[in-house]
Design a protein. Structure first.
Length: 262
């Protein structure tokens, strides 16, 4: 596992955007580059940087296919808190990606399990995901794989914990009851099947989660800890998130990364 520590959130996002753009630009296969994407507050800065790069001609999304991590069950895509709406508002509407290359789970499906199975099949039809970017919750959940979700889970219906609904209630008028109680989400196994995984961890409130990912045991209590078993997992974090890791761990990763360009 690589841990790339940046001074602050903005520099973390710049590094992550540079890394993603480099991977897209160096993709030489005939098939499209397949990119997994998250929602939430952490990736917004990365999306802004990628938009800048796209408009400056530094990266093209014409040959990129995207798969989003999750979607609330029961929210129409036009709802301003749906992840379909978020992704288009924050990213897709600002880059030249073909609409048919965008894949987001359908939260209004009449067959949630079937929708999830089709999603897995479509990912497989492209040969898998080349790079999956993600963020984690304060309890270490990756996508909507809450604590104690199987580390081999696939895309499926997830019940959201009270804690998650409380955290997300800031987008729903601070009323946890307005936050959907279920979501469709890729599984931990879906993410770790990707050739590369890049997870963003920023802020003091994510410090315990970062320590669990980097220094803790592999455990379904911290679903993000499954990244320890991945051959090409990268954590991009800011200084604020490093408060719970040991000094020696912090120094080690700064030292090992000092000569890396990306």
């Amino acid at each position: 596992m690589r841990v790339v520590i940046q001074e602050n959130y903005d520099k973390m996002c710049k590094w992550a955007a540079d890394y993603i753009a480099d991977r897209i630009n160096s993709h030489k296969e005939d098939r499209p580059f397949v990119l997994g994407l998250p929602t939430g507050s952490s990736p917004i800065g990365v999306y802004k940087e990628l938009i800048k790069k796209n408009k400056a001609g530094e990266v093209s999304f014409q040959n990129v296919v995207t798969f989003n991590m999750d979607e609330y069950l029961g929210l129409p895509r036009e709802h301003d808190q749906s992840y379909w709406y978020f992704m288009h508002d924050e990213f897709f509407d600002h880059i030249e990606i073909p609409a048919e290359n965008i894949n987001i789970l359908n939260g209004m499906t009449d067959d949630p399990e079937g929708e999830c199975a089709r999603y897995e099949e479509k990912i497989a039809s492209y040969g898998g995901i080349d790079l999956f970017m993600g963020g984690i919750g304060v309890d270490g959940h990756l996508a909507f794989n809450e604590p104690f979700t199987s580390l081999t889970s696939r895309t499926g219906v997830r019940d959201l914990t009270t804690d998650t609904r409380i955290v997300n209630s800031r987008f729903f008028g601070n009323d946890p009851e307005k936050v959907p109680s279920q979501a469709l989400s890729v599984g931990i196994g879906t993410v770790t099947d990707s050739k590369e995984v890049l997870v963003l961890i920023n802020g003091h409130n994510k410090a315990r989660a970062l320590a669990a990912v980097v220094e803790g045991n592999v455990s379904h209590k911290w679903t993000c800890s499954a990244l320890q078993m991945h051959n090409n997992a990268i954590i991009a974090c800011d200084e604020a998130a490093c408060g719970e890791i040991t000094v020696d761990t912090y120094k080690y990763f700064l030292d090992i990364e000092k000569n890396e360009r990306l």
